[in-house]
Write a protein that binds this ligand. Sequence first.
Ligand code: BGC
Length: 751
Amino acid sequence: MTSIDIPQTIDALTLEEKASLVVGSSFWTTASVDRLGVPSLLLTDGPHGLRKQATEADQLGIGTSAPATCFPTAATLGSTWDPDLVRRVGAAIGAEAVAEGIAVVLGPGINIKRSPLCGRNFEYLSEDPHVSGELGAALTQGIQSRGVGASVKHYAANNQEADRLRVSADVDERTLREIYLRAFETVVTHAAPWTVMCSYNRINGERASQSPWLLTEVLRDEWGFDGLVVSDWGAVADRIAALAAGLDLEMPGIDQRSAAQIVDAVGSGQLDEAVLDQSVERVLQLAQRSHRTGTPPTVELAAHHALAREAAAAGAVLLSNDPVGGTPLLPLSLDSRIGVIGEFARTPRYQGSGSSQVIPTKLDDALTALGEALEAPVPFAAGFSVAGTTDGDDEALRSEAVALAQAVDTVILFLGLPGTTESEGFDRTHLHLPANQLAILEAVSAVNPRIVVVLANGSVVDMPWRNAAPAILETWLAGQAGGSAIADLLLGRQSPGGRLAETIPLRLTDNPSFGNFPGELGHVRYGEGILVGYRWYDARQLDVAFPFGHGLTYTTFSYGPVTAQVTGAGSDVSVIVRASVTNTGDRPGKEVIQVYVGDPQSTVLRPLRELRAFTAVNLDPGQTHELEWRLDARDFSYWHPAEHRWILETGEFHIEVGASSRDLRGTAIVNLEGEQVRPQLTKESTYAEWNAHPVGGPLLRAAIAGAIESQITPSVAAMLDDLPARLLPMMLPAFTADQLDRLLNRVADSF
Ligand code: BGC
């Protein structure tokens, strides 16, 4: 902690100095006030490694930066489902940040993967808010454990790159609360990030950077955030409105116009100086938190590389591993002659483009790593050019690859998306692998059916070809040690540890956002509401290529019975869920046990199941692990759009435990005591709403019994259901408006 006395410093600062502190002083730094000992703070991208720019400055990853460990991207880290490992990665990034004199790392990115097309999905963790929240919290805790701030971004509803600087995400409050804000809530309440970065986009027409609801009411008043809100780079359009909404620090500082505007606004009385003081206080608090003395510890780059390798293996998802001639292709049998095809084996695709682009300290490629492990060069054919050059070149590369495939027992085929197709700043338009890569797969599979496809892509690709390869290993963008991790996995020195944190659909048109992505005329309508990712595919009973939560490894697991024990009621309810898992194979391996909750009796639409807990365990052959989770009221509640609060409804809930969202191994059913949701009755309430009401229903039925019995046919009954009560006298002349008034008074008296 620095010795800044915050109240005294605020008193001593001039108005101009205060204004200068809430606007960056350069692309990456805040202003200092030397006479009062207020230091300048350095903020640096994130999220999977550092991009510290010494001389150049840009937010698109164009210029160079100091080398740093390039850990696996969030797409791979999200697939680990392993908060402890992710926390260690965060701590390593934090340690490198300390050595570089960085105050805040601009990450993690926890936006929900609404569409697989989003160009920046590789920077985000999951389509599910629970996975995003838990792993986002772990990254934040890891970074901050070294005395460096995290910046959780991009708050909020920034789920696409197209038009990201101004598009309005038109999304209802329940969907925001249950899906798009939930991960932020988890990180803020569990990991206390030092900073939150607001997004560029608008939400329902209002800029995130100028939304008092988002930046103050929800973030601070409801969730108790006590850190600093920083803008995304250039997200502030109106500095005064942003300050008033709760945006403390505008970045970058490329001119000082904002500071001058603040001085004028305070001078003219447009802005209360107390509002400015509050943001200044938060900047000073950040300075205090990030103050360090002494020589920073030396960074163990070799250890960080080893950690990057461990994390890459832990996040690689073995999608399929079908037996060929009775035996799965993976792990590779050492007496099988293997051939490697695909440029990505030699030139790895290991991170995405844009502000997160890291200059790695070292870069492993799978071809070299395999050769080193096998102590002999592995035959290789490039097969295709990544840029997709002329047909002539591809033709020659293809012939060479086919010849290699014919000469070996097993082909390891490296496919993936070229770096130019997925990046910050734009979205993809389809889910296909490039045509020249699909052509190679077709040509090779015609001569050798023993194919292992190793994929490198930051977001989902479709796989109509998946039956052509008995084994598919999805590595996402696995960071600088991805190549050696892949060799470890192929050779069985490590077991694939990843599970899908996003569904792989059969086709783009099945995706919930299809038709509403990326929007038009400055608006994107979140028409699928809460049915994001697997919530949608389950509700629609759609087949998928590989479901959320899926991932194989080199052993098998069996599950014991699931039990659930309820104590308490209402907001104090607690449900202890227990299950056990046993490694039934003959190799050690990791299983991720997932707990889903469903509410089959809800009065509002709810997803069939929603992930509420998970645990990753590593087990030796024959080993059993007893699992226990504690679920609370929030895990069973929904956000009531009219009441604007979380509601736990009385009734039956299903708790399913399994190995994926579609591989459920046991269910416990519990009855919980919460609320009976009854809308307040008015004249506008429908006949059906009156009927369902515990007080109003019997009263209304008694009052109109004589009046309607003879007139009610089934179709009249169906019509009545939707009729506002004020129109009942018109439909049922024997029931008068005065009677309705009397009923309303009696209902009011009964509460
Ligand atoms: C990105 C942020 C990044 C910032 C600084 C923006 O364009 O959206 O994620 O932290 O630039 O590079």
